[in-house]
Design a protein around this ligand. Structure first.
Ligand code: SF4
Length: 211
């Protein structure tokens, strides 16, 4: 990594030394369900929902046969529940029909599952299978651009640019660091710039005339 990227990484690493996945799961099937539910929802809320959900639907087979009304009710509080319920059932059917109920450990397989986009696939790859990957959510996208780590117009472009400048063995970790930094410091509408040790790297900070 170049010096600038390395400094940013080190400062984030020092601030969030315990960074990691905050979703609760005990196998790959539970992980992929939790990640699908986490779209536009907090991990905390997902963990509350999945506590009972995984008891009721403990396997892809059980989820593939779920009654959609019951499933919608079970996941109602995480938002977008109609779409998520439909996708979860289709994803579970795909797993049973084409993967013998086993979550695949590669992009091709993961992206072929209903409701699984690149962000979900990257989280499953890195968190579930320990394969280097950078999932780009709204926090990673915003913070990477503000810090000029990338100059990206789309999440995919952001992922590809980050892959180029960050050492491969740090891909999974920088995802978690940028998520936490975006969630707790560099929020979308009111970032805590006063307390931010990264302001000297920040385009957004300069553009707001704060320096
Ligand atoms: S200075 Fe403000 S906008 Fe820039 S990275 Fe820090 S918190 Fe975010």
């Amino acid at each position: 990594m170049d010096e600038r990227t390395n400094e940013i990484y080190s400062l984030l690493d020092a601030r969030f030394s315990n960074a990691g996945c905050e979703l609760t799961f005990s196998n790959h099937y539970e992980l992929i369900v939790a990640v699908i539910l986490s779209a536009r929802c907090t991990d905390k809320r997902v963990n509350i929902i999945t506590k009972d959900l995984f008891k009721k639907y403990p396997s892809p087979k059980a989820l593939s046969m779920a009654n959609i009304d019951e499933l919608q009710q079970a996941i109602y509080s995480c938002g977008f529940y109609r779409n998520k319920a439909k996708n979860l059932i289709s994803m579970a059917q795909d797993l049973c029909d084409r993967f013998n109920g086993v979550v695949p450990d590669n992009y091709e397989g993961l992206l072929s599952l209903a409701g699984v986009g690149r962000k979900t696939a990257n989280v499953v790859m890195s968190v579930g299978f320990d394969i280097p990957a950078i999932a780009v959510d709204t926090h990673v996208f915003r913070v990477s651009n503000r810090l000029k780590l990338v100059s990206a117009k789309t999440p995919l472009q952001c992922e590809m640019e980050l892959r180029k400048i960050v050492d491969k063995d740090k891909w999974s970790r920088i995802h978690h660091l940028l998520v936490l930094f975006g969630r707790y410091v560099c929020s979308s509408r009111s970032p805590h710039c006063r307390d931010c040790e990264l302001k000297k790297y920040c385009d957004y900070y300069r553009s707001k005339g704060k320096e």
